[in-house]
Design a binder for this molecule. Structure first.
Ligand SMILES: Cc1cc2nc3c(=O)[nH]c(=O)nc-3n(C[C@H](O)[C@H](O)[C@H](O)COP(=O)(O)OP(=O)(O)OC[C@H]3O[C@@H](n4cnc5c(N)ncnc54)[C@H](O)[C@@H]3O)c2cc1C
Length: 478
């Protein structure tokens, strides 16, 4: 039996970061990985999906700038785009990440990890089993998998999940996508760019959890790419036949596509983890406290997708930094900084999560929508601005279209949330995130001067829309 201070199960982006922080804190760490070190994000999610859509995106953007568009004489090179994606995922080889683990002194155990008791993990590897014991903690960072909807015939139809869609070596002639969230929007954009006939089947519109204008703009963008969007729609049966996948819809019609992609939610990968051995039901998301510790188990942590707080890599890595540090602090008997916004908690998970949907137009959001803020009991003022009126946007592309919304807490005069829609708005998001996390008062934001002519001038317009706070407010707030 090998003993470590910390055992991390799952070496996705989150597990890697938990391990790294704990090792930097002086702990001995083992990570257990059953597939590729780097996890879904590197090989079957964030990176390949963006690589798949970027080339067509760049071409479309060039088409919208007079002078550049006249220079475009050809079509998208699909094999070259797929080869570029292959390069980004290193042909699904994880040597770089494995070398990095070694370089920072973290031991890797390849195989399926299963908890066999308190602080004990059994790894079933190709070289036989290894028994590990943790002196201080075990961190479950096993991520999530695609939800396969419970629709008659769905499983037998062998639908694509994000794994097949991001690793495909050719573009199918037609693709039906079940779902209306970010995964559906991005992969519809990618495959439409390849010339695939794409049909999106969304139960209730696109990007339903965001400001309504965001989903509407994405729907318009997808339609402009030739995507057929059916919403609201019910899929009542699925069957794979010789000519493709047949989807029976609630209205009695049928859609036939070469492939079907399911992109309508995620399920936890906690089903085969031996959690029952420590009194936890397997197969569910793991419920954690603010320091990412599984409630009721002082040695067990769940970080990243596995805890279902926010299913995003950057947020999982943020949790991982807190978790790795707090595991090291507790192991050494040091002070735990677990007050809101402290070092050892993931406070931003609740009201300051940034999220970009890389569709065309992009959607970039942070914090609360107007509706969410009102439901949270805030007195809210909404400021909308047409992004196409900002000089930086006009210069960026001819006929630039975009929209921005700032949600302000009227009582405290701080920004609660921002939604941006338009080309390249992703790069505007971090300023909004800082405003939300820092709770920067509006009167101080007036002094953050955006350079001219950048798209960031949007901030000036939003502040003008809100109105300059009067001297009385400014004086007392200072
Ligand atoms: C198509 C798509 C696009 C996305 N794009 C983005 C994006 O642009 N930006 C973003 O922030 N997020 C994006 N996400 C979300 C992001 O991929 C996840 O939030 C992120 O991968 C979660 O990281 P994780 O480390 O928690 O889990 P994972 O990356 O899933 O890693 C978990 C690891 O644990 C391993 N594992 C599981 N069980 C065991 C076991 N019992 N023993 C050993 N190993 C085990 C797995 O093999 C895996 O390597 C996207 C998701 C999808 C589906």
């Amino acid at each position: 039996m090998a003993t470590y201070d910390l055992i991390v199960i799952g070496a996705g982006p989150v597990g890697e970061n938990v391990a790294d922080r704990a090792a930097q804190g002086g702990l001995s760490v083992a990570v257990v990985e059953q597939e590729l070190v780097g996890g879904s994000c590197s090989f079957w999610a964030c990176i390949p999906s963006k690589a798949l859509l970027r080339s067509a995106n760049a071409l479309q953007h060039a088409h919208s700038v007079d002078g550049a568009k006249q220079a475009i004489t050809g079509e998208l090179d699909v094999p070259a785009t797929l080869a570029r994606r292959n390069w980004f995922v290193n042909d699904w080889q994880d040597g770089g990440d494995v070398d990095w683990l070694e370089s920072v002194g973290i031991d890797l155990y390849r195989g399926h990890g299963r908890i066999t008791g308190e602080r004990r993990v059994l790894v079933n590897g190709s070289d036989g089993p290894s028994e590990l014991e943790a002196r201080h903690a075990v961190a479950v960072c096993t991520g999530s998998a695609s939800l396969i909807p419970d629709i008659p015939g769905m499983v037998d139809a062998r639908p694509w999940t994000n794994r097949e869609a991001t690793s495909a070596q050719h573009a199918p002639s037609s693709l039906a996508i079940f779902g209306g969230g970010a995964v559906a929007a991005e992969l519809a954009t990618a495959y439409a760019g390849f010339g695939t006939t794409v049909t999106v089947l969304a139960r209730s519109g696109m990007l339903g959890r965001m400001e309504p204008f965001a989903g509407e703009a994405v729907e318009r963008g997808l339609r402009a790419l030739g995507v057929d969007i059916r919403t609201p729609v019910a899929v009542v049966g699925v069957e794979r036949l010789a000519d493709g996948v047949h989807l029976s819809l609630g209205d009695g019609t049928t859609i036939i596509a070469e492939e079907l992609l399911v992109g309508a939610g995620r399920v936890p990968r906690t089903g085969d983890l031996g959690l029952e051995s420590v009194g936890i039901k397997g197969g569910d998301w793991l419920d954690v406290d603010e320091t990412l510790r599984v409630k009721g188990h002082d040695w067990l942590y769940a970080v990243g997708d596995a805890n279902n707080r926010v299913l995003q890599t950057h947020q999982g890595k943020y949790q991982a930094r807190a978790a790795g540090d707090v595991i090291a602090a507790r192991a050494k008997g040091q002070h735990v900084d677990d007050l809101p916004w402290g070092t050892h908690v993931a406070t931003a998970d609740h009201a300051a999560v940034p999220h970009v949907v890389f569709s065309d137009p992009q959607v970039a959001v942070v914090g609360l929508t107007a509706d969410q803020a009102r439901k949270a009991g805030k007195r809210v003022r909404v400021v909308d601005y047409d992004l196409s009126s900002v000089s930086g946007a006009e210069l960026h592309a001819d006929g630039y279209a975009g929209q921005a919304r700032m949600v302000v807490d009227e009582d405290r005069e701080v920004v609660l949330g921002v939604t941006l829609v338009g080309r390249e708005v992703a790069e505007l998001l971090h300023a909004a995130t800082i405003a939300v996390v820092g709770e920067v008062p509006i009167h101080r934001l007036w002094h953050a001067v955006p350079a001219f002519p950048t798209m960031s001038e949007l901030w000036l317009r939003l502040l003008e829309g809100f109105g300059r706070p009067g001297p009385a407010i400014a004086t007392t707030a200072r």
